[in-house]
Design a protein around this ligand. Structure first.
Ligand code: NAI
Ligand code: MG
Length: 334
């Protein structure tokens, strides 16, 4: 088994190495290939995603990506390497779970997964403006909609999930969102054991805010999925604990939801749990080793139950390194 490790920028350098340490505690034979990407790499070598990083990612199939910084203004030649990497590796589904954790900042009773289409919708970035009128293309295809729906239903089947809620706004956008919904319904016929319902995205936002525990899985087009999953992340204890997996046919990228956090980078206090829980997703979904994923997740839970966490969620907090060391200790005690 091989893993391409891309720490990126900022706290990526802090959370990625310790999460790799946790992964090695359950998978000692893992081979690691380290590679560079991001803003620092762009400043050094003029490329945010160098060819050799892309080649290493392709070769390994499994990728662990930390976070990168993106400038707020347009910089000639700079493109977000994670967006490019997802595209190059054909990672068509973004999977974002939210789980209640034993923390004051987390809400009880939640165990939901949002599956977001990862390649099209308004994210094709096809915009035009003459200064008076600006237009953006919302592109939805049958192919991408069927593909992400299939991944979502397969995930539901493997994870023993009961229900998928299709998110759309087909009352206003019957052609685009209607197509997405119809494709999801078509795929659903192959999974009779999984219940299906649908909800308008605005209603879903309200319902997520009011009763997040009432959801099992949500399947959404790109933009709605982006927004709803950040909302859901708030219930899991915040950005420092929100994991994700970008899933494709030939590759998967584990990636904490947070960015490079320049405000705390270099202080050794970044929360590594989002990164740690992301590699657990790689174990469960990509490498099909759910029993190893569970060991990591149980160790994380045990650590939090002991009141040990970084300052973003606990006071007084411990350092990134200390927290990861405790998680590894808990794994060894299992
Ligand atoms: P951010 O996620 O980096 O930080 C938002 C806030 O959450 C900050 O106060 C930060 O300290 C805190 N935070 C985030 N992760 C944390 C962790 N693991 N432990 C403790 N606290 C944590 O988002 P922001 O500030 O909007 O963006 C900063 C940079 O990151 C920008 O350059 C942005 O472009 C980039 N970014 C990259 C992403 C990626 O690589 N996928 C995703 C989001 C932002
Ligand atoms: Mg987002």
């Amino acid at each position: 088994m091989k893993l391409c490790v891309i720490p990126g920028d900022g706290i990526g350098h802090e959370v990625v190495p310790v999460a790799v340490g946790v992964l090695q505690a359950v998978l000692p034979g893992l081979q690691l290939v380290f590679a560079d990407a991001g803003w620092e790499e762009f400043c050094r070598n003029g490329k945010a995603l160098p060819e050799r990083t892309l080649a290493a990612a392709r070769e390994c199939g499994a990728v662990f990506f930390g976070a990168v910084s993106s400038p707020m203004q347009l910089v000639e030649g700079y493109r977000s390497p994670i967006v490019q990497l997802r595209r190059e590796l054909g990672c068509h589904a973004n999977i974002r779970p939210t789980l209640s954790l034993p923390l004051a900042s987390s809400r009880n009773g939640i165990d939901l997964i949002i599956v977001r289409e990862n390649t099209e919708d308004l994210y094709v970035g096809d915009e035009q403006s003459d200064g008076e009128v600006a237009v953006a293309i919302k592109r939805i295809t049958r192919k991408a909609s069927l593909r992400v729906a299939r991944s979502a239903f397969e995930l539901a089947r493997n994870a023993g999930r009961q229900r998928i809620t299709i998110i759309h706004k087909a009352n206003i956008l019957p052609r685009t969102d209607g197509l997405f919904r119809d494709c999801a319904r078509e795929v659903a016929r192959d999974f009779p054991e999984i219940a299906v319902d649908e909800m308008l995205v605005d209603t879903a936002a309200l319902r997520l805010a009011q009763a997040p525990e009432s959801f099992d899985m949500l399947l959404a087009p790109n933009l709605y999925g982006d927004i709803l999953s950040d909302l859901a992340a708030a219930f899991g204890g915040g950005l420092g604990l929100a994991p994700s997996l970008n899933l494709g046919v030939a590759a998967a990228i584990a990636e904490p939801v947070h960015g490079s956090a320049p405000d705390i980078a270099g202080q050794g206090i970044a929360n590594p749990l989002a990164a740690i829980l992301s590699v657990a997703m790689l174990l469960r979904v990509w490498w099909q080793r759910p029993e190893l994923a569970l060991r990591i997740e149980q160790a994380v839970r045990a650590t939090l139950l002991d009141g040990i966490a970084t300052p973003d969620v606990m006071s007084p907090g411990v350092t990134t390194q200390h927290l990861a060391r405790v998680v590894i200790e808990r794994i060894r005690q299992q």
